[in-house]
Write a protein that binds this ligand. Structure first.
Ligand code: BGC
Length: 490
């Protein structure tokens, strides 16, 4: 497949995409990336708040309903991603980001004002769909305007927002439950679930004014809008320059379409990103987050009975997990700092190496220690395990999801990859308790460490380095033979 960028330039002419690629991001770029990632914040918030609220929902929750409320969200997210993919390729990134914020807001409000289990399930289903849709689109939107030397940083904001969302969910739960312990089964759980509506409504209002992705506009022949979007991004271009760039980009896409959009290279890229995502989940990152309160709280509480004890236990568990959540947020800074300097591969390889080592440390704590030493070693092991993930694996996954595919199928390919992530997430959430009960926590952790080694080998063998390349050059990395053949012909 030819480089869209190379062909978007007439001989001797100026390439507007080139200019976009080489810009130094202004505040507006950072603002746009953050706005695209408000959904990431809600993704973190809404997948974590249910853990704190669940114990206090006053309806009769069958085990199916409980499972649906916790794990069903992951499957809903997989569906949301798959639905959003084709829609965003057809209707644009911005339209879907706006719709997504609206669904988040409606889901949160319905959760807060729920009158029965059915309504709660419907509300959480909506939220699951929004989380999935968001995870399919956010970094694709960013990749389409980000200058190449800062695309890593701008995309890591998604991971950062996810981690902040997770942390804020715990902090808000602790504040609410401590401020009004008597209303745990009244107002508290509704507030915990409903507060996500505030950022969602703000994002809805602000996203309505964000520019559409210039690459997507260009591909769809909306040249006036492309010029306006580029103007907002600080790239002034004449109508003629835009026309030239667009007709070349479209010609390239048509050449590809006449064969198939899903060339061998695109399929290869999709498999690598999807497998990366699967490993991102099955190496156990969400065990400390989703099951941290249950696994760790017992080291910190004295037991007892009644609602007061239940609130105390919940608060203790959430507090412990909040510490891990804070570590996660802080460690993500290092991903932000180094992703464009060192590159995706070294961070991912280092990340999985660290995850292997520290998961084994925590496992040894579980297996061989007791009392305070056990608590300390398990907490330290988990903290460094999470840090390793945060630096090398979390954000890298969402970044490569946005940058590896061509514009015409970016939405669909990114969506399939995101769906694989959510299916991996579902498998862990669903089956961890059973595995834990069967073989014991220590062995489950050893299993995660083994999977992290496999992930490391996979990255070392199959993940190409894409640091500093434009998104069009990234495509050439996947289709080297075809590019070489075309170069030989011309
Ligand atoms: C993962 C989430 C995880 C989070 C933790 C994300 O990259 O997709 O499943 O909860 O990182 O920081």
């Amino acid at each position: 497949m030819a480089s869209e960028q190379a062909t978007a330039r007439e001989p001797g002419g100026r390439s507007v995409l080139d200019e976009l690629d080489n810009r130094i991001p202004t505040n507006f770029y950072w603002y746009l990336a953050a706005l695209a990632c408000v959904g990431g914040f809600l993704f973190g918030y809404d997948t974590s708040n249910i853990g704190s609220a669940l114990a206090f929902i006053p309806y009769h929750l069958s085990s199916f309903v409980t499972g649906y409320l916790v794990a069903g969200a992951s499957l809903g997210a997989a569906v949301g991603a798959l639905v959003a993919g084709p829609l965003t390729d057809r209707f644009g990134r911005k339209s879907l980001l706006i719709a997504d914020a609206a669904i988040y807001a409606i889901g949160a409000l319905l959760s807060a004002f729920t009158v029965n289990v059915g309504m709660l399930l419907a509300a959480r289903t909506l939220i699951g769909l929004a989380v999935g849709a968001d995870s399919a689109i956010a970094t694709a939107y960013i990749a389409e305007f980000a200058p190449r030397n800062r695309r890593g940083q701008l995309s890591i904001i998604q991971q950062w927002m996810i981690t902040v969302g997770i942390l804020v969910a715990y902090i808000i739960a602790v504040i609410i439950l401590k401020a009004a312990p008597g209303s745990a089964s009244g107002l508290d759980w509704r507030l915990i679930l409903g507060i996500g509506a505030i950022p969602a409504v703000i994002a809805f209002a602000l996203r309505a004014r964000m520019p559409e992705s210039p690459r997507w506009l260009m591909l769809h022949g909306r040249l006036d809008d492309t010029r306006k979007a580029l103007g907002l991004l600080g790239v002034e271009a004449s109508q003629q320059e835009i026309e030239r760039a667009a007709s070349e980009a479209t010609r390239t896409e048509e050449r590809r379409r006449s064969k198939t959009l899903w060339t061998k290279g695109v399929r290869r890229a999709l498999i690598v990103v999807a497998v990366f995502f699967f490993f991102q989940q099955i190496t156990g990152i969400n065990v400390p987050f989703y099951y941290g309160p249950a696994v760790l709280a017992k080291f910190f509480t004295t037991g007892g009975g009644g609602t007061a004890a239940a609130v105390n236990a919940a608060v203790a568990g959430v507090e412990v997990t909040a510490i891990l959540g804070a570590v996660n947020v802080i460690a993500t800074y290092f991903a932000f700092r180094y992703i464009d300097k060192l590159g995706r591969r070294p961070l991912a390889i280092g990340g999985y190496a660290g995850m292997t080592l520290f998961m084994l440390v925590a496992a040894a704590g579980v297996a061989y220690l007791t009392g305070v030493p056990k608590t300390v070693v398990v907490m330290v092991g988990f903290a460094f395990f999470i840090s390793s993930f945060a630096v090398g694996v979390g954000g890298t996954g969402w970044l490569i999801q946005g940058e590896m595919f061509p514009t015409a199928v970016r939405g669909r390919a990114a969506a399939i990859a995101a769906a694989v992530d959510w299916i991996g997430n579902f498998l862990i959430v669903q089956f961890f308790p059973t595995w834990n009960a069967r073989v014991g926590l220590g062995w489950v952790m050893v299993g995660f460490a083994v999977l992290a080694v496999l992930a490391l080998l996979f990255v070392a063998r199959f993940l190409p380095e894409t640091k500093g390349l434009s998104v069009e050059q990234v495509l050439e990395v996947w289709e080297p033979r075809e590019s070489a053949a075309r170069a030989a012909r011309s």
